[in-house]
Design a protein around this ligand. Structure first.
Ligand SMILES: [Fe+2]
Length: 358
């Protein structure tokens, strides 16, 4: 089988085309829900992604501390996604991380190609674009850079961008600080389930095995944004996902049967509860369906750090304490990799039945 190199969306976007190739056009039933993201973001009515102020999470004042934890827990149970503010990671560090990623993506495509991944041979880290993995060949309007950032002994620094020179230091420090934030969040979520503070952290692999993987998503301007998606609708498989972006809107959440556009909240980190925590909590915390829109005017960049359990060492299933006669386990036991495969299988089934029903 001949596998051709992945097409770079950036190259396509800069070629001056006015009509996007068919592979990027979403199916008819999806098109009706895709609007102009700038207009959507401005809308004041309707539900809003909660903003959680973490200032009080380690407060000496027990009332303030409990209030903060209660709000976080409520957002995790009701939405499964939130804007975190006063999260403790310095703004200057976040600016350095963003600057480093932007500078890398500013390089000519030929320079970035030197870091190209090779999905066919299992080399998943590096510069990439989605390859069509189903019969209809559907593609997404984005390129990305993907690599493991924590634990530090599991990193492969040889594939990290060498330009700009601050990339390694800024990204490493950010990963270290996020790892700390993940512990704080997991401990609050554990207590919220009536478990010991360290329980969820332990269940996802602890300091040794819990993996943080960075994916910088680069969404070029799109000449027909009403026909494409930057990322198609999905739930994250991770335990937690932390996202930064360049203040260009794009993220939409499927909440109570409607697509809600996330506002751009200055100095915040977006946090998703992923499938892993949904499973361990037997559905008490939610992994929300979401997608990414693109636009005609501005390049959007986001930095997603997926915090994941090890692929095969741990069996994920509802923790016994979250299960009762009234609330039987909603998920069968699966390793992380089995869970991913199950989702792919289910998706293929859906696509297949859609095609038949047309
Ligand atoms: Fe996602």
């Amino acid at each position: 089988m001949v596998i051709s190199a992945a097409p770079r969306v950036e190259r396509l976007a800069s070629s001056g085309i006015e009509v996007i190739p068919q592979e990027y056009v979403r199916p008819q039933e999806e098109l009706t829900s895709i609007g102009n993201v700038f207009e959507e973001e401005k809308k004041e009515e309707g539900p809003r992604v909660p903003t959680i102020n973490l200032k009080g999470i380690n407060s000496e004042d027990p009332v303030e501390r409990e209030k903060c934890k209660e709000e976080l827990k409520k957002a995790a149970a009701g939405w499964g996604v939130m804007h975190l503010v006063n999260h403790g990671i310095p703004d200057e560090l976040i600016e350095r991380v963003k600057k480093a990623g932007e500078t890398f993506f500013d390089l000519p495509i030929e320079e970035k190609e030197k870091y190209a991944n090779d999905q066919a041979t299992g080399k998943i880290q590096g510069y990439g674009s989605k390859l069509a993995n189903n019969a209809c060949g559907q593609l997404e309007w984005e390129d990305y850079f993907f690599h493991l950032v924590y634990p530090e002994d599991k990193r492969d620094l040889s594939i990290w961008p060498k330009t700009p020179t601050d990339y390694k230091e800024a990204t490493s420090e950010y990963a270290r600080q996020l790892r700390g934030l993940a512990t704080t969040i997991l401990s609050t979520l554990s207590l919220g389930l009536g478990l010991e503070a360290g329980r969820l952290e332990k269940e996802v692999g602890g300091m040794e095995e819990f993996l943080l993987q960075l994916k910088i998503n680069y969404y070029p301007r799109c000449p027909q944004p009403e026909l494409a998606l930057g990322v198609e609708a999905h739930t994250d498989v991770s335990a937690l996902t932390f996202i930064l972006h360049n203040m260009v809107p794009g993220l939409q959440l499927f909440y109570e049967g409607k697509w809600v556009t996330a506002k751009c909240v200055p100095n915040s980190i977006i946090m998703h509860i992923g499938d892993t925590i949904e499973i361990l909590s037997n559905g008490k915390y939610k992994s929300i369906l979401h997608r990414g829109l693109v636009n005609k005017e501005k390049v959007r960049i986001s930095w997603a750090v997926f915090c994941e359990p090890p692929k095969e060492k741990i069996i994920l299933q509802p923790l016994p304490e979250t299960v009762s006669e009234e609330e039987p386990p909603r998920y069968p036991p699966r390793t992380f990799v089995q869970h991913i495969e199950h989702k792919l299988f289910r998706r293929t089934q859906d696509l297949h039945s859609n095609r038949i029903s047309k």
